[in-house]
Design a binder for this molecule. Sequence first.
Ligand code: KMT
Ligand code: FE2
Length: 189
Amino acid sequence: MAMEAWFMDDSNEHPRLPHRLNPKELLPLDKLAELGVLYWHLNPKNYENDEELRHIRETRGYNYMDLIDIRPEKLENYEEKLKNFYTEHIHGDEEVRYCLEGSGYFDVRDKEDRWIRIWIKAGDLIILPAGIYHRFTLDTSNYIKLMRLFIGEPVWTAYNRPQEEHPARKDYIKSLNEEVGLQYPLEAH
Ligand SMILES: CSCCC(=O)C(=O)O
Ligand SMILES: [Fe+2]
């Protein structure tokens, strides 16, 4: 099953519920590519010997790897970490996550600043570009095991919104404008 993504409603309650704006409407995944969000589906049972994963890591330079188990018994400062994950932020580098077990939601902002909710399940590998506003929450399964990949020494620093002057944010906006040949943020008329 391909990863699902949809526009979110504007309720701030119960983040772990799906919050689909239009219950039957999924976002075509090429809309995510336009935002610089990349995606692969791999076999999560084979992550230790997966040629495709090895190829992705090699071609993109992901020499760092660790696993993170998001459940209260396994993650130190669970509540605080989850609170920070769900606070809208950017990073100076890509965020690369491969779901090995469980599931969860990565929310990203589109070009019009709407939330897109991306449902990650076992086998989904996702790359969020540096500078994209995003957040993460568990879903009602309340559990996810993720592989984190990084180029070189990992930096997990989150810069909470607003970050319009952050170099990664500026580069990201520039990359969006180059791709679509439009000015963003769109000028108000
Ligand atoms: C634990 S991965 C998802 C949370 C996130 O956005 C982050 O780690 O920066
Ligand atoms: Fe993040």
